[in-house]
Design a protein around this ligand. Structure first.
Ligand code: DX5
Ligand code: ZN
Length: 216
């Protein structure tokens, strides 16, 4: 299980935060993008985000918490992320398969995120067409929230489908030294952690704590 570092909440400036992540052994940066519409908060303009990340050597996994996905996908693709995740809940207002195919046409992997209150089975029609399922263990919108333990059942369910379909499993929100223990008997490919790492002084120490707990 690989740690993805989310820099949404940090005790340092954006530049310092990205530099500090750069110096760690983490391979992946989790890039949260919010529009103030799909979720109440808004992150910086995409161009500024692209500028902040353009020199990183880390792989980028983009998490779009936005409504107008097409324009965000077209601009964020300039960062050459390995994956872009959009929200399953958008299926109510747009054709998700069209968006999945748009991302794929750019040679970028596709993830679908599932909010805590959304039924995991709603993912089934898309599973053959996507690369990653992102289980939200907080309500999307801000860093530093408390882990919602009920979502663990969704991972258990996805684990039973792993042999039938080919997709990666990721979890996002509230992961720290305590909550990472809840994941012990589950299969996950990636784990996102934000404030536990970026609100500390020693990013590497926090990453090591998470990594070691998954090996116990
Ligand atoms: C929540 C974001 C998460 C979050 C993770 O909307 O998608 O990526 O920032 O941060 P922590 O680990 O602080 O919950
Ligand atoms: Zn996220």
């Amino acid at each position: 299980m690989e740690i993805e570092v989310s820099f949404l909440a940090s005790k340092y400036s954006l530049t310092e935060t990205i530099n500090k992540v750069e110096q760690t052994t983490a391979n992946i940066i989790h890039v949260d993008v919010m529009d103030g519409v799909f979720v109440p908060n808004k992150t910086m303009e995409v161009n500024d985000l692209i500028n902040s990340l353009k020199n990183t050597t880390k792989k980028l996994d983009v998490h779009l918490m936005v409504k107008d996905v097409i324009s965000y996908i077209n601009s964020i693709a300039n960062l050459k992320p390995f994956n872009i995740t959009i929200h399953l809940e958008l299926a109510k207002i747009i054709n998700l398969n069209d968006i999945i195919n748009l991302i794929k046409s750019k040679n970028i992997q596709v993830g679908l995120a599932i909010n805590p209150e959304t039924d995991v089975q709603e993912i089934l029609p898309y599973l053959t067409n996507i690369d990653q399922v992102l289980i939200m263990s907080v309500h999307p919108g801000q860093g530093g929230q408390e882990f919602i333990r009920e979502v663990l059942a969704k991972i258990e369910y996805l684990n039973t489908l792993k042999n039938q379909y080919n997709f990666k499993i990721n979890i996002d929100g509230g992961i720290n030294a305590t909550t990472i223990e809840y994941l012990k008997n589950l299969y996950l490919d990636y784990v996102v952690s934000g404030s536990f790492i970026c609100c500390s002084d020693d990013y590497q120490k926090q990453i090591d704590i998470l990594q070691n707990k998954t090996k116990e």
